[in-house]
Ligand binder design. Structure first.
Ligand code: DHB
Ligand code: MG
Length: 234
């Protein structure tokens, strides 16, 4: 029990003590560097939604960028840059990461956070609606991305996926956040635009011949959710 007690370092675990084992894994496998904690807490300090990934899921993002030695990463939805830190942590040295953020205020906080973390040189924050930034990235016709992480407004996920496929190299990976939404994705009475957005996104992923896609459900410190993961084969 001593370990479990020590593991509640992140935030009080929701509901019952049956979720305490998650603290155990997070404690051993996804300990946050102090700067990560500071960045995470900047959302709360600025009265922003605390929608960041949990540390174990962040570690999975590092795992992927590290496994494929990603040099170019695209993130759709920055917020305060917490998942950006995890993505960047696994990247090859001299890599670059482009992150898209609609809110000027969030973009400013994220830029400040990237300076604090000493990674500002590798990060470009593109401010504005993500669909506009994606169009301009496509028009620029730059080098393709090795990995795209989709974590913005869910109602536009289908279009984000379409852009992500076009902007990613063959062999690259597209990850989507919040695809389970506490099981709501399977509630066919739901009229929540986010749920409908995720559902269209999942069905597109399953039927697109350019993708080899799956989903993993995760129980993190923030409850039940999941990532979609797709390999691009063009
Ligand atoms: C929501 C969005 C997120 O990206 C997230 O990680 C959690 C919740 C939301 O829109 O509710
Ligand atoms: Mg998310």
């Amino acid at each position: 029990m001593a370990c479990v007690a020590n593991c509640i370092w992140y935030w009080p675990i929701k509901g019952s003590s049956s979720l305490n084992w998650i603290g155990y894994f997070a404690h051993h496998l996804a300990k946050e560097d102090p700067i990560f904690k500071r960045v995470r807490e900047s959302a709360q300090l600025n009265n922003l939604p605390q929608h960041e990934v949990s540390p174990l899921q962040g570690k999975l993002l590092s795992f992927f960028t590290s496994a494929i030695q990603a040099k170019r990463v695209l993130e759709i939805g920055t917020l305060v840059g917490y998942s950006t830190l995890w993505l960047a942590q696994g990247m090859a040295s001299k890599g670059s990461l482009v992150t898209l953020e609609i809110s000027k205020a969030c973009a400013a906080i994220a830029r400040h956070n990237f300076k604090l973390a000493g990674i500002e040189e590798m990060i470009e924050v593109m401010e504005g609606p993500a669909l506009e930034s994606l169009k301009s990235l496509l028009d620029k016709n730059g080098d393709p991305f090795d990995l795209v992480f989709i974590d913005a407004d869910k109602r536009n996920n289908r279009m984000y996926l379409d852009y992500a496929i076009r902007l990613t190299r063959s062999g690259g990976i597209i990850i989507g956040d919040n695809v389970v939404r506490n099981g709501e994705v399977n509630d066919f009475e739901s009229v929540d635009p986010s749920v409908l957005g995720i559902r269209g996104f999942i069905s597109d992923m399953g039927s697109d011949p350019r993708l080899l896609a799956t989903a993993i459900q995760t129980v993190g410190l923030k409850g039940w959710d999941g990532f979609s993961i797709a390999l691009v084969r063009k």
